[in-house]
Design a protein around this ligand. Structure first.
Ligand SMILES: [Zn+2]
Length: 197
């Protein structure tokens, strides 16, 4: 197997050297509305990995991120809970490109943590693309999420990137209306300057 980033032979999808150079978790904490958001990486430093969602090799990159970073973090969190019945909910898992990178994060994140992911239960009715768009545009074009999962549960919200936080905030609001108690949101990356591309 070859490293996704440098192309050298590697047992893992990302070689040890590239892991060290690009994928050292920063655990960046932010808030959007009343939702706490924890992100592993700075978007601008990890953009080649995050954007792998647009190509087929992104499947193994996202699986690697889920197992290496999401699963241990979630497991450590769940271990501290009295009520360990908590689910992962991915934001708008869609399979337009043959797989959903968010579904991979939630599936392998949940498996490694010994909990379950609820797939495809939080879908955006509005399929508008946010990449590269400013906050104003995002506010004028809400996702209009529909939640079809179980009510009155505990959950952790999963996404690949947070930018302005508007998507997570909107998702949080819809989940709350269904009695879903979202402990926090976990994303691979955060675009701190509020701009992605
Ligand atoms: Zn490498």
């Amino acid at each position: 197997m070859r490293c996704f980033s440098c192309g050298n032979l590697s047992l893992e999808p990302v070689c040890k050297s590239c892991q060290q150079d690009f994928l050292t978790p920063e655990m960046i904490e932010t808030e959007t509305g009343s939702l706490e958001v924890v992100s592993f990486f700075d978007y601008y430093l990890t953009v080649e990995f995050i954007k792998s969602k647009y190509i087929s090799s992104g499947y193994r990159v996202y699986k690697f991120l889920a197992k290496k970073f999401f699963a241990p973090f979630i497991r450590a969190y769940v271990d501290h809970l009295d009520n360990k019945e908590i689910y992962l909910i991915g934001v708008d898992e869609n399979v337009d490109r043959g797989y959903s990178n968010v579904a991979i994060l939630s599936e392998y994140g949940a498996r490694g943590a010994g909990i379950k992911a609820l797939h495809g239960v939080l879908k955006a009715k509005n399929k508008v693309q946010y990449a590269g768009q400013p906050l104003e545009f995002r506010l004028q074009n809400p996702r209009n999420f529909i939640y079809t999962g179980p009510k009155n549960i505990n959950a952790i919200l999963i996404d690949d990137t947070t930018t302005t936080g508007t998507t997570l905030e909107e998702a949080h609001r819809v989940l709350k209306e269904h009695g879903v108690n979202v402990h926090f949101a976990l994303t691979a990356a955060i675009a701190k300057e509020g701009v992605d591309y």
